[in-house]
Design a protein around this ligand. Sequence first.
Ligand code: CP
Length: 324
Amino acid sequence: MHPFSQFDRHNRLQHLITLEGLSSDQICDLLDRAEHYVRGPGQIPARSQALDGITVGNIFTEPSTRTRSSFELAARRLGGEVINLEIMLSSRVKGETILDTIYTLQAMAVDVFVIRDAEPGVGQFVATHVDDHVSVLSAGEAHLSHPTQGLLDALTIRQHKGSFADQVVAVVGDIRHSRVARSAYQVFRALNVGELRIVAPDGLMPDAGEMPGAVRFDTLEKGIAGADVIMMLRIQKERMQDAAIPEQSDYFARWGLTKNRLKLAKPNAIVMHPGPMNRDVEIASEVADGPQSVILKQVANGVAIRMAVLETVVANRKARQSSP
Ligand code: CP
């Protein structure tokens, strides 16, 4: 075991567990690298051999469509190999620990572990135990962190708005239980977003003192008025006590983003959602599928961001090995 740091002794990114502590320059380097891999709809996806000889292991103990698929596509499009550990068919169900699972796969020459887990701290714990040449990337940690989602959200805003300093960004919905919101907060603060708003009903707002600098709103109408970017969030039922779960129709009536409510934002505002969406709960279909929605652009950018992160940690490993 060694102390945890995302950075190697030359201050290069080895692991990505959180966006906390990444500088604006480090974030922009990742966005620039990702931009290189972005292709339009119908175009042949970008490819390289940056991961030639590298094996990526996806270890997801929570469901995922976007993150798992895009990490897999990213690794393959960079010329790497991928294994997806099916947790329910793995020896974890026979009592094998996470660490023994990691050591087993590391012995098979898995070089990068992509981990999603409902428990806080798993990615960091694994990162303190793997060999020096191995990287650990978070694909979502409990309610705390989803760093590649934060990066793809920033990339999407930059593509549509050009800069961050003059933007009013409203993050709306179940912020309290959302790792997406926490990573969004970290990346938007690092990039000096003009005004960052968190907009939620009382029970779904983070504790006072969390997210300093964000402006709090307790109605959707006030929170999105004049906004350039609206990021809608799903109610994270899986992280709530039953009693706290709002009735869906009541929630939509007060907190659903409809076409009429969207008119309160700037006319060229973009609408984002990390997915999965619950249509007609937090967002109306006419908005999700409407002209201001960039939700599928976020999905496409997810592949490019994960390519950029994989390429970066593998390039840094090569640099470490050539000049230890
Ligand atoms: N945004 C996101 O993390 O989606 P998945 O749960 O489908 O990976």
